[in-house]
Ligand binder design. Structure first.
Ligand code: CU
Length: 323
């Protein structure tokens, strides 16, 4: 009965490899694209979707969370020059040519997710595919800084894959500190509360409850085939975790709010930013949360056991300087 998609697999031994080769020296330079490529030869990780987390160890490198690689399993995310105000890219396949065949997943052939490296500016959009294999969309990169762009797709005949690339938007950077962990978020007239106690490497249910003007919302609308979409990005390397709710609209047991539950599995302890997309009355909104994922081996931690995300020991508070 559990149709939820697990978060991607485990990268405990590998996480430290990433996040180091990231430079901030180009923030004020000319428009450029920084690729955070890593040699993925031989890797066989499971992307962000499906049952990757159940597959056990495969290959020397095991499974990585999605979005850390610009090239994986022969597929490469290649940003291409585009007119001002537009964002364009291609996916090249094992034959080196642009991929033009994609399976529809969650109503779309391509999910493009972007966020700045400071975890602000999240957008989830759906570009248009041209015949030559170029994806185009009005640029969602709406402020200066270094952005991470994630292409979440399934090439026809292949497995689900999420590739990521850094893209610099020139200008004066205003870095935004990561907001402190909180169990509620406000977007327009909506307040979304978050319950759950995620622990690294374990499946936990996160339940989000949507209220509008203090009243429960019981008529959420399906968006991309679900009552909510949840993306989590790990602070530090922006590992990408994409999950879908337990239950689907029309299955006879899933209600259109106010609660949307997700079975999640975070690959490591630490701070994550969560982005819940939901649709109500024709408008898609995003509620954002900072969550501290606990270390299940840490018995001295501050777990309060009452189902609310733990404060992150002050590290996420405004004004906290990044390294
Ligand atoms: Cu999408």
């Amino acid at each position: 009965m559990n149709t939820a998609t697990k978060l991607s697999g485990f990268a405990l031994g590998l996480a430290a490899v990433f996040g180091a080769a990231y430079g901030v020296g180009q923030l004020t330079g000319p428009a450029s694209v920084i690729t955070a490529g890593h040699d993925s030869e031989g890797a066989d990780h499971g992307g962000d979707a499906g049952d990757a987390g159940d597959a056990g160890d495969e290959g020397a490198t095991g499974h990585l969370p999605g979005g850390l690689l610009v090239s994986d399993r022969g597929y490469t995310l290649v940003p291409v020059n585009a007119p001002t105000g537009e964002f364009a890219f291609r996916i090249t396949g094992p034959d080196g040519l642009p991929v033009t065949g994609y399976d529809v997943t969650h109503d779309q052939r391509m999910h493009l997710i972007v966020a700045r490296r400071d975890l602000s500016g999240f957008r989830h959009v759906h570009p248009e595919l041209a015949e030559d294999g170029t994806w185009r969309i009005d640029s969602p990169l709406d402020s200066p800084g270094v952005w991470r762009a994630f292409a979440d797709f399934t090439p026809t005949g292949g497995e689900p894959l999420t590739l990521g690339v850094d893209v610099t938007v020139p200008g004066t950077l205003t870095e935004r500190p990561l907001p402190a962990p909180a169990s509620s978020a406000t977007v327009d007239d909506y307040t979304v509360t978050l319950a759950g106690d995620p622990q690294a490497g374990r499946t936990a249910t996160l339940t989000l409850t949507v209220n509008r003007d203090g009243a429960p919302v019981t008529d959420l609308e399906p968006y991309l085939g679900a009552y909510g979409h949840l993306v989590a990005l790990r602070r530090g390397d922006l590992a990408y975790l994409h999950v879908h709710p337990e239950g689907t609209p029309g299955d006879g047991r899933t209600t259109p709010g106010p609660q949307v539950s997700f079975a999640t599995e975070f690959p490591s302890a630490g701070a994550y930013r969560l982005y819940l997309d939901f649709r109500h009355r024709g408008v898609v909104r995003t509620a954002e949360f900072t969550v501290h994922v606990g270390d299940p081996g840490d018995t001295t931690g501050s777990a309060d056991g009452n189902g609310t995300p733990r404060p992150e020991d002050g590290h996420g508070s405004p004004g906290h300087g990044h390294d």
